[in-house]
Design a protein around this ligand. Sequence first.
Ligand code: ADP
Ligand code: MG
Length: 615
Amino acid sequence: MSERHRYQAEIQQLLDIVIHSLYTDRDIFVRELVSNAADACEKLRFLQSSGTAPFQPETALAISVKTDDKANTITITDTGIGMTNGDLVENLGTIAHSGTKAFLKQLAETQKPDARLIGQFGVGFYSAFMVAAKVTVLSRSHKPDEQGWRWTSENAGGYEIEPAADLPRGTQVIVQLKDDAKDFAQEAHVKRIVQRYSSFIQFPIELNGTRLNTIQAIWSRSKNEITDADYNSFYQYVGHDHEDPLLRLHFTADAPLAIQALVFVPKSNWENMGLGRTEPGVNLYCKKVLIQDHAKNLFPEWLRFLKGVVDSEDLPLNISRETMQDTALLKKLNQVLTGRFLKFLDETAEKDAALYEKFYAEYARCLKEGVATDFAHREALGKLLRYESSTTEKGKLTSLADYVKRMPSDQKEIFYLLAPNREAAEGSPYYEVFQSRGYEVLFLQDPWDEFVMEHLHEFDKKPLRAAEKAELDVTTPPAVEGALSDADAESLAKWLKEKLADRVGAVRASKRLVNSPAVVVDADRMMTSSMRRILKAVQKDKEAGPEARQDLEINLRHAIIVRLAKMRETDEPLAVKVAEQVLDNARVAAGLLDDPRAMLKRLNELLEQVLTVKG
Ligand code: ADP
Ligand code: MG
């Protein structure tokens, strides 16, 4: 008696794309099915190592691939963990993981979906439908009191499951090939594909009865006997990627822990493509036995983009995956691995700046997340940050270390200024004082970056300081005729405060301005105007608290301020309008003016008056 099942909607969508629009890189389905067979064997080996007795314990763990050019099939068989009826429904018909759902949603929405990422998102099995007219899965679970099942699917609509008698332990996937995919029933064609990955598989694998691999874990071999091509194939196998990796680190350590690690950075950061959050991609082994795939906590969250393998013989082999999560040993391992990887990045930046730039373009966000969340590695991460600055050419980045090297001896702090782009930064009133002193300023463009600077706090013992918080004076103020005296300034400031009332905090003379008449400065020592802006956006729906007031600083040498001081006596109503406009202009420069419409009305009135006087 067979049961009919429908696929979950997302899987149906995926299959429609896989079946109807994927004609390139079809080879990957072989890799995906072989990798599932290897996973199934790894899982059984792990169960055995922790004392569970499987069905048919005498059957050795192995994988076989068979091509049949008469029947037009390719069949992948393993003696691994197998699946029960429930497992089949759950594993080959539904998906739970949210990252996968995001991936599938994006696939369904984009014009040219790149379904080659399919293995990456834990749905590699379905790649078989690129070439299949029909897929049959025969499976017998390792659980002694279970039975065998036959799962069949001919299209994206659904699948059937029925009992199958006398199956040996494990799983057999029979792919009945479509007419345009007959290549995969040819031994020579399949051999080329399987051979690429066979040497990374920890179990014997044979093709049509001929053994293809000798088993030796690539990460335990010495570096000088491994070619780039070997490394790249291994990466594609563990990373389920169709491209070569961007970076790789292969290292061995004896103390404080015995570690063999081979980790890779993919060319692209999937998260930048809106594909949801990446799952950790490094598998944890102990003496070549897989303890946990996609191991959580092996690396910190912000390194979740890494793919590869870590093998440590210091781990207890029979440890359960659950207790694995929090052991002190794992924490130690995490620390050592993270430290080593950061050192590697630093060395890469040193040796090959262009390569590091590529890495940074893809993964800067992850490093910044590290600064904000990982106190232990903050300093090392600080060295890896790169920003545009007033000294770099447009579009070029500098490290903080190079910035420090360029600091004149009287400069005590590292300054940064957030602006949407370089032009806005250079034109900002907050930048004037730095330009006059010849101090370099980092130009941040991502609102995140201010928080990153806050968390980093200092670099090379130099405090990091927001430009608008810097307490600096313009070195040699240009002598301007008619500049306000201290007494005039004081009386003007008092008048401004009176007229602008609760729209400003304090009003005072500024020492930081050259070309601008005024700036607003947040009275809070820590808060910058962009933080204020973000806070405002976040709190929009909450009960409105008291509006934060900025202090107004005025430039005593600026013509507008000088003339404004006089106009108080000749035409006070007009002077008030100008004062209000000066404040709003300063707010615009700080990015803090929410609704420019009130300001426009006033500006029009001012223009009208100007034209009356001149006309
Ligand atoms: P992933 O391997 O990333 O989990 P797949 O789509 O390749 O995603 O496979 C889905 C699931 O189906 C696997 O997680 C596994 O539970 C099950 N599965 C697939 N092939 C086999 C197999 N040969 N033996 C046992 N289980 C399998
Ligand atoms: Mg898989």
